[in-house]
Ligand binder design. Structure first.
Ligand SMILES: Cc1ncc(COP(=O)(O)O)c(C=O)c1O
Length: 437
């Protein structure tokens, strides 16, 4: 496919109806396994000499369309679809950290990602050092040692909507031969393309803005195909494996098997094969459908988010607003530099009132829905310290800058006047002020 614009690729990339019975909409290949035809072909499929369906745990044609489309949108060499954003994150950490490496991570992350790095991966010998001064690229560099396997951060953080100078952080990481993993969930490939800023691996919860309809759980990993994984730091990526043998029965390492996609090769051959968190073809179809309208959804959601952020920042019951699109945000100039389509549809604010008033405020909202998703076409509110980030201990919340009065908004596609009126009405009820009704 020629070098079409993003708007064209998100609809057409990696799909030709002629290859799928002329179906205009990508078919859902609801089949556990695929006919191998003959033993010679089976050998070609198993050794990668021919690409084709074998068994849906390790690959499926509907899922492949999504994988190839996202790789194209991000400018990567390959991608893999997985059952959830968390499986995407966990697989990459398990692969890069294999044998007991360490990760250097920003100290403010999606709750389950932070919790897993803190308490779950150490059980497998993979530890994490968190960078408290997470906006200073040198602070990441200072924590890199001989066992560091990756730097991990989010391009727009959840729930604080912070953004980072990933270019400078990647430059520091690459000086030491360390790759950078970026969780690009909140930004999506429309707002931010991490590979253009030096990242090496992207992880997504496609459950969020990429799908945008709140009706599928999905994860994606994309790799850029240019990072050189050294034998010293990543011996396991150079280890010969009989499982990865070529058609002449020569064992190969993930790097030999595909020098431009060793990460996706290893994840598919080992992690997906043995742990099996596969993306279902039905969910892949839902994500493909959602991805087709990503641009229009986000353009409108961002324009509403900017208005709501402005409104809240002048509100007497709001202590502060975190949104890089606001001129007064400390991240505004970085957002202007790196986010040409806008700073996303996620913001957080500090509620100036008691815990009981927060409860009453959430209860009083009518248009905003109270549930833990983001990037949905519905507008959502969450109180992170009691929901999405509730597993984190107090000192972790403090270093992540997540106070108890923080409320997170994910702005959807309703009319912005209704959303602002809904928030104002809920404030009035929470503070026992006269309402306009
Ligand atoms: C930034 C971010 N990354 C990853 C995840 C995990 O995604 P999933 O729920 O699809 O496992 C989430 C979920 O909220 C998220 O917000």
């Amino acid at each position: 496919m020629p070098d079409y614009a993003f708007e064209t690729l998100r609809i057409h990339a990696a799909y030709d109806p002629k290859d799928h019975g002329n179906a205009v909409s990508p078919p859902i290949y609801q089949s556990a396994a695929f006919d191998l035809e003959n033993t010679a072909r089976a050998k070609r499929l198993w050794t990668g000499a021919e690409v084709g369906g074998i068994y849906t745990r390790v690959g499926n044609p509907t899922v492949s369309i999504l994988e190839e489309r996202i790789a194209k949108l991000d400018g990567g060499s390959a991608a893999i679809g997985l059952a959830s954003g968390m499986s995407a994150i966990s697989y990459v950490i398990l692969l890069l950290g294999e044998g007991g490496g360490n990760i250097v991570a920003a100290s403010s992350l999606y709750g389950a990602a932070q919790e897993s790095l803190l308490h779950f991966f150490p059980k497998f010998g993979i530890t994490t050092q968190f960078v408290t001064d997470r906006h200073d690229p040198q602070a990441y560099e200072a924590l890199i040692d001989d066992d560091t396997r990756a730097i991990y951060l989010e391009s727009i953080s959840n729930p604080n909507a912070e953004i980072y100078d990933i270019e400078a952080i990647a430059e520091a990481a690459h000086r030491h031969g360390v790759p950078v993993i970026v969780d690009n969930t909140v930004a999506t490939p429309y707002l931010y393309q991490p590979f253009k800023h030096g990242a090496d691996i992207i992880v997504y919860s496609a459950t969020k803005g990429i799908c945008g309809h709140g009706n599928a759980i999905a994860g994606l990993v994309v790799e850029n195909g240019t990072f050189e994984y050294s034998r010293e730091r990543f011996p396991h990526l150079h280890e010969l494996s009989w499982k990865l043998r070529d058609i002449d029965d020569n064992p190969r390492s993930p790097i030999d098997a595909d020098p431009h996609a060793p990460i996706i090769t290893a994840l598919r051959c080992f992690h997906l094969e043995f742990i099996g968190a596969k993306l279902s073809p039905f969910d892949a179809y839902q994500v493909l459908d959602g991805l087709s309208t990503l641009v229009e959804r986000l353009d409108k959601q961002i324009s509403s988010t900017a208005r709501i952020a402005q409104h809240l920042s002048n509100h007497p019951h709001v202590a502060w607003v975190r949104y890089a699109g606001l001129a007064q945000s400390p991240f505004h100039s970085l957002a202007e530099r790196d986010f040409s389509h806008g700073a996303g549809a996620l913001l957080s604010f500090g509620f100036k009132g008691s815990d009981e008033q927060i409860d009453a405020f959430i209860q009083a909202l009518d248009v905003f829905s109270y549930h833990v998703n983001i990037g949905d076409f519905r507008s959502l509110i969450a109180n992170p310290t009691h929901t999405t980030h509730t597993e984190l201990e107090q000192e972790v919340l403090e270093s992540a800058d997540i106070p108890s009065n923080i409320l997170r908004l994910s702005i959807g596609l309703e009319h912005v006047d209704d959303l602002i009126a809904d928030l104002d009405h809920a404030f009035q009820l929470a503070f026992n002020e006269p309402t306009k009704e």
